[in-house]
Design a protein around this ligand. Structure first.
Ligand SMILES: [Zn+2]
Length: 315
């Protein structure tokens, strides 16, 4: 019987389910609207879907654990979701303890962006590299940092909040409450507001195709580039992986983004040897990444840095 991990990629709009084996093959994919889960209380809805899923696939596969990617900040023990800006009511929830008791199997929890990064690192064959960073431009700016084989967690578990570095010339209030975060000049939420205000009648999906040379759009792309350059200047990474919905939009100006990244990265190094990779878009990347994470946790090869205190559950 094939051994798998039941993996979830929880997003603001959809939750994706799948079973992932040790070779990162995925089976039994399913999508559920996040709002549907929240109807009876998110955690209750989640348990009901998980039980249904286990009943359906439990005879065909041996399900070893559950691995979940949340669009949230997570405490450094990787047991509790601290805050989830895009899903109401998902703040300060002891997700791991709750699900372990209800599901009677090991449960692993990680930020969705770290699951994406693990997927991409494996995809590009970079698991042996010293420093790899992933920067994903969606509604906000997601960032995962992989150092010496571990994910960087930080003292509170929230390392990698790259979207919230200050961009002093901006006066846009950020969703986090701070003034002038780079996300409020370079993220997708800002791009939508910009599109409505400056280009009425243009659908958001066409904004780069129709207006990529306009100064307002160039400034938004420059803010993206400044965020990437900031991380490169601090970490001098071996590889930078770029991805997210904005880069998948029609005629996204990749060349311009790279130009701005190089403009704001220190010369001659790290700019000279900068290695940028572009994530291959895939709806299942987050689910597969959760599988890679789960198998690593099950085998006790800890992902968390020494600064964290996550103790993986025993299989
Ligand atoms: Zn912010």
């Amino acid at each position: 019987m094939t051994e798998v991990i039941l993996c979830l990629d929880i997003g603001g709009t959809n939750c994706r389910f799948g079973l992932v084996d040790r070779e990162s093959q995925i089976y039994g994919q399913k999508i559920t609207a996040t709002a549907a889960l929240a109807e009876q209380g998110f955690m209750e809805g989640l348990v009901e879907r998980l039980l249904r899923y286990v009943t359906r696939f439990g005879e065909q596969f041996r399900i070893r654990a559950i691995s979940l990617g949340f669009p949230s900040t997570i405490d450094r023990t990787r047991r509790c979701v601290l805050s989830t800006p895009n899903i109401p009511g998902l703040d300060n929830i002891p997700v791991v303890d709750y699900l372990k008791e209800r599901m009677q199997m090991p449960v692993f929890l990680e930020r969705d962006v770290n699951m994406l990064l693990l997927h991409d690192i494996k995809c590009f064959g970079l698991l042996g590299e010293k420093i790899v960073v992933g920067i994903y431009f969606g509604t906000g700016i997601g960032n995962g940092i992989f150092i010496n084989g571990d994910l960087l967690y930080g003292r509170n578990g929230v390392a990698g909040e790259l979207g919230h570095i200050p961009q002093l010339q901006s006066h846009n209030q950020c969703g986090c409450g701070n003034p002038s975060c780079v996300e409020a000049m370079g993220g997708g939420k800002y791009l939508e507001e910009l599109c409505e205000r400056e280009f009425p009648g243009t659908r958001i999906k066409d904004v780069y195709r129709l207006h990529r040379d306009r100064p307002q759009i160039r400034a938004q792309v420059e803010a993206m580039g400044a965020a990437v350059a900031c991380e490169v200047n601090i970490l001098d990474p071996d590889y930078v992986i770029l991805g997210g919905g904005l880069l998948q939009m029609a005629d996204f100006p990749v060349d311009l983004l790279e130009q701005y990244i190089r403009k704001h990265t220190r010369k001659p190094h790290p700019e000279r040897n900068l290695r940028l990779l572009f994530s291959q878009a895939g709806q299942e990347n987050g689910v597969i990444g959760a599988g890679i994470y789960g198998w690593r946790m099950l085998s006790q090869q800890r992902f968390c840095s020494e600064s964290g205190s996550a103790v993986p559950a025993r299989a």
